[in-house]
Design a protein around this ligand. Sequence first.
Ligand code: SF4
Length: 363
Amino acid sequence: MEKTSPPDNTENLAADLTVVREYLDRAQTPEHLSAKEEAQCRQQLIELMNRKNARLVAHYYTEAVIQELAEQSGGFVGDSLEMARFGHDCDADILIVAGVRFMGESAKILSPDKKVLMPTLEATCSLDIACPIETFAPYCDAHPDRTVVVYANTSAAVKARADWVVTSSIALDVVEHLMEKGEKILWAPDKHLGSYIHKTTGADMLLWDAACIVHEEFKSRGLQNMRALYPEAAILAHPESPEGVLELADVVGSTTQIIKAAQSVPNRQIIVATDNGIFHKLQQLAPDKEFIIAPTAGNDATCRSCAHCPWMAMNTLPTMLQALEEESSEILVEPQLARQAMTPLQRMLDFASEQQLMVKGKA
Ligand code: SF4
């Protein structure tokens, strides 16, 4: 594939780290429950979900106890695209979205007639924070010749301004599709994922400058040392990780793709560069394998260098129970904005279905 010139980063819009830190300071460490309290909370939630016809939709990065509860109670565990799809397809009156705010918004956009609750509305994402519509919209206006492709980790307002919304599992395919049509792309907000896609496809991409605070902590030097320690291990990395980490990886992919790869690669030991919440599902599906979290410590390591998203960690059984009891922490998206955001979201879902059909057709 012919490569075009590298991405034009001259108009970098640096993420407002101060704002991100302010949000992080509000992300409190959840209180620890005793085994008895946890069992009581789970039972109460199951009863209440049955009574209110509610379903729990959880992300792979949430705590193991939440993922277990979702599966036991007829809910769902998945990546952000699968979560939104499940929420749309199920017949619940109430969806409890255990994840971060943009996931709740996507669920509401796709299911406007359902009540969407979150354990806390404070759970956000550094990518969403670093791409406010007030600066993003003028940036798009300044580049009318580019197709605007945004990652799902954005607000409803940013989605509404985009031509396409993508998740990490489908981003590469969508950009390849646009490139084949000769389109130039404005990509936001994750610079590492954007850069990985550019490198892989050669597409002409203008990149917004923001990053995931969890994946950015993975260090290539530490990963090299770890590979020396576990020479037989495969390395699986999420594309939100820095370039040096991705270069060392045997497989680069979304959470779902990492889970599939963990089962299919022959290696018994697997080093994983993504949020450690995924280990629950990995261990469940590949119990005979040993999973090792990629190193995050380095010279610039901070107390946040723990490979776990502080906002995902805000989803707890007590906050979920309170939200469902009171029907509080509801996600509301203004109907006109929801309709506008639905267009690029639907484009992605239609594209995903078409791709699926093509794959089936070839099989
Ligand atoms: S892990 Fe990163 S991308 Fe995911 S919600 Fe947390 S900050 Fe956002």
